[in-house]
Write a new protein. Sequence first.
Length: 278
Amino acid sequence: MSLIIALSSTFIITCLLFTNKKYKISFNKIAVGIIILELFATVGAAFISLFLESPLNFFFTPGTHLYVLVENIFTVGLIEELAKFIVIYICTYKLTKLKRVEDLMFYFILSACTFAALENSLYMLVYDMDLQLAFMRSFISAPCHIFYSIIFAFFYMCYLEEVSKKKFTFLQGVFFSSLFHGFMNFCLGYSNPRFYILGTLVSFFMLSAYMIIGLVFIKNHFSRLHCSYCENSIIPEAHFCIYCGTPLIYPSYLKDEKRVIYTLATFIGILICILSIF
């Protein structure tokens, strides 16, 4: 039962990806490759994270706020986000197998669902099918993994479309997805009794923010792929909808979306300063 609960959210979201009537991805070689390679990525990321803990002890005092924060951002968040991205990169072969670049967003979500499902399964095996942990992994960890991948996908698609500052844009995707990942883990995993209640409250607040922002990003992304009048799929860079003839005006959300990400990162920085006092 615990394992079923732990995998339930990722299973439902994955089904929605493949069965959504307005926009769905086909279960093709890319999807199969992502699911298979994520098995190795999940296990590999876990071993690399454990390996990096020893060098970290030379630079920071174990158990301190700073140690836990750095550990979660750089040895967990960074490694896991890069692992998910590498799988995407391998499976798309530099985009040659994609019908359109916009599909990357949905493959990133599939990658996150698969990674979260495998990670949740490992946690269930290690912690003897703990029921409370199963609920937490299913309804906190899995949705958060999807959010981190949405952020990475957003910057990666910007990176592919931009002519200048491409490396900086890509590094932003790596940094912000790792920061959001590490900070959530930091709040959930810190065991100091004085910090626990505050950390839990901040965790649920951040979870709500992650979910709202993630859903808005998906909605905005979807609006770029469909006619606003008839909601049929549009041909990339077309000026008129081929189904209803409506002139297509491509909404420009990129600046607003980046502003939201920068604001969230600044807010997290302020929270880190506040939490360090306790």
